[in-house]
Ligand binder design. Structure first.
Ligand SMILES: [Zn+2]
Length: 168
């Protein structure tokens, strides 16, 4: 493959986000997720809007579970490139274990909600550990963003060097 073709191919591959989606999240999306973390000081609804604008899925069910519930939620990225929102508890001695109805049946309080996927999509209601295992099985093998970036950088360097030498 000629150098120009390699530059084109490397750029295309990066642009199309082929390969392992875990790391092929476009840079702008990662930045938005970063911005969203800063924005988390605002109220929960505002936070959800920012998250959804950043491409994170919508929680179908959210804390609080009950009066005085201290639970919160946080986003997680799975190996198949899927973002999920996960229920988090303080998980201490006073975390409740009383039964409550939830969309997938019943939960033994906040204790059992710890680590549950609460966003829409195929992992809804699942413990995030289980979702991680399934996602890893579904992950597509391919170049990472770093690898694709590096490859593009290398061929561009070759191009610039060749040009400086008057080769094209
Ligand atoms: Zn709670």
């Amino acid at each position: 493959m000629g150098l120009f073709e390699r530059v084109k191919k490397a750029a295309e591959r990066l642009a199309q986000g082929q390969g392992r989606p875990r790391r092929l999240l476009p840079g702008w999306k990662l930045r938005m997720v970063g911005d969203q973390r800063q924005a988390e000081t605002s109220n929960a609804d505002g936070r959800d809007i920012v998250r959804q604008e950043a491409g994170l899925p919508k929680p179908l069910f959210k804390p609080p579970l009950h009066d005085g519930c201290r639970c919160f939620d946080s986003p997680a990225l799975l190996d198949d490139g899927t973002w999920v929102v996960v229920w988090q508890t303080r998980n201490d001695d006073v975390t409740c274990t009383d039964p409550y109805p939830v969309p997938w049946g019943e939960t033994q309080g906040c204790k059992e909600m710890q680590g549950r996927v609460i966003s829409e999509g195929p992992y809804f209601g699942m413990p995030v550990e289980q979702a991680r295992v399934i996602a890893a099985e579904n992950a597509v093998e391919g170049p990472t963003v770093e690898e694709a970036n590096e490859e593009l950088g290398q061929v561009l360097d070759e191009y610039v060097a060749g040009r400086a030498q008057g080769r094209w």
